[in-house]
Design a protein around this ligand. Structure first.
Ligand SMILES: *Cc1c(COP(=O)(O)O)cnc(C)c1O
Length: 393
């Protein structure tokens, strides 16, 4: 039996069977179990910030696992303290951190902070955006504005009202002094890498401040250099009350973080929340290696440069299936003129590139932040033939 058949027989059917079985990676390249090589243009969904087997990550994780791998939250350790301080430093210094293991857990922490804030201030509902993705656990799922993955698991414990993403007037109308919190992605990721109109996030900040609602920025996909800034909300120069992070933070090791600013940093009292694994030393050491490498290697600047090369290169391709390109930095969607993203993903794979058919008409690119200009150029050069093949299938 092939590995694919064994996967199908052993696992729950929630993922279907993925199209490639990966065996190893090095830099921005990965190899499948049959020895085929691919340029990794999706980076484990914006996770493998430093690519694969990066020496800094290997060194940090190896050293930490050989020193002490786990303490639980009954005991503290230096890597988690260094990491929290480092994150706060990148965010302007003021705030408090909770460390979790994943994106949905980071949002679960934000959800509970907002619930407690609502209960103590008489605020009864949350606002989130249509098509938003915030995760799969029950709190995060209740905020996820995608009926196909949400509705069958309801009802949910909180009234969540959904507004069209990017419409500041609709947001303003939805946020009253009975609203506890507004949850927003600065650019919607799973919805198709969809940026809002300029000024939307700033308007959201003003609306929340005026109504006394918490603004929660879900930067689980957009943070840690992905857009060419440490955090996407920094493009608009506004600070949320609560920020959630995960994907790119650990460079492949599981870690999530929820940061509360100002009074939102001290909503929890002792005993209100916790995680056995959250902020474990190995993941914290990995995150420190990721942040240190981004800074030392000037990767934010690099992301802006190669991200523009990627977008400009795609935009310059003249093809009937190509509708355009959107997103920022190394976080892009190739927009198609018809619903052929699955065919594009398959054709790209045959040509040696891993991309993600995110929406029927949108293909996501989120390569390692370390991808080179030459590698980007290889992909751009291959794109016309990939689109040709995807049009024929
Ligand atoms: C991926 C993602 C999540 C969920 O993260 P998991 O680690 O899969 O639980 C939440 N919000 C956004 C914006 C995401 O992209």
């Amino acid at each position: 039996m092939s590995l694919y058949d064994r996967f199908e027989a052993a696992f729950m059917p929630n993922y279907g069977v993925p199209p490639v079985a990966l065996a190893r990676g090095e830099g921005c390249e990965v190899w499948d179990v049959d020895g085929n090589r691919y340029l990794d243009m999706i980076g484990g969904i914006a996770v493998s910030s430093l690519g694969h087997a990066h020496p800094a990550l290997v060194e940090a994780v190896s050293r930490q696992v050989a020193t002490i791998a786990h303490t639980s939250n009954l005991f503290l350790h230096e890597p988690e303290v260094l990491l929290a301080e480092r994150l706060l430093g990148l965010l302007g210094g003021q705030g408090r951190v909770f460390l979790a293991n994943s994106g949905t857990e980071a949002n679960e922490c934000a959800f509970k902070l907002a619930l407690k804030y609502g209960k103590t201030t008489g605020r009864t509902y949350f606002v989130a955006a249509e098509n938003a993705f915030h995760g799969r656990t029950m709190g995060a799922l209740s905020l996820t504005g995608k009926p196909s993955i949400r509705d069958q698991f309801g009802p949910f414990p909180v009234d969540v009202r959904f507004v069209p993403y990017g419409d500041a007037d609709a947001l303003k109308n939805a946020v009253t002094d009975e609203c506890a919190a507004v949850f927003l992605e600065p650019t919607q990721g799973e919805a198709g890498v969809v940026p809002p109109p300029d000024g939307y996030f700033r308007a959201a900040r003003e609306i929340c401040t005026a109504a006394g609602a918490l603004l929660v920025a879900d930067e689980i996909q957009s943070a840690i250099g992905r857009t060419g800034h440490w955090f996407a909300h920094q493009h608009e120069g506004v600070l949320p009350d609560i920020l959630t992070l995960a994907k790119g933070l650990g460079g492949g090791m599981p870690i999530g973080a929820c940061v509360g600013f100002g009074p939102a940093g001290t909503i929890f009292a002792k005993g209100d929340h916790g995680s056995t694994f959250g902020g474990n030393p190995v993941s914290a050491a990995a995150a420190l290696a990721v942040l240190g490498t981004i800074e030392n290697d000037g990767l934010l600047e690099h992301v802006r440069t190669v991200g523009a090369e990627l977008a400009d290169g795609i935009a310059a391709v003249d093809h009937p299936l190509l509708g355009g390109v959107r997103g920022r930095g190394l976080w892009r969607a190739i927009v198609l003129t018809s619903a052929r993203s699955a065919q594009v993903q398959a054709a790209a794979q045959r040509a040696g590139f891993l991309v993600n058919a995110l929406q029927p008409d949108a293909v996501r690119l989120a390569p390692p932040l370390t991808i080179t200009s030459e590698q980007v150029a290889t992909f751009v050069a291959a794109l016309p033939a990939i689109l040709d093949e995807a049009s024929r299938d």
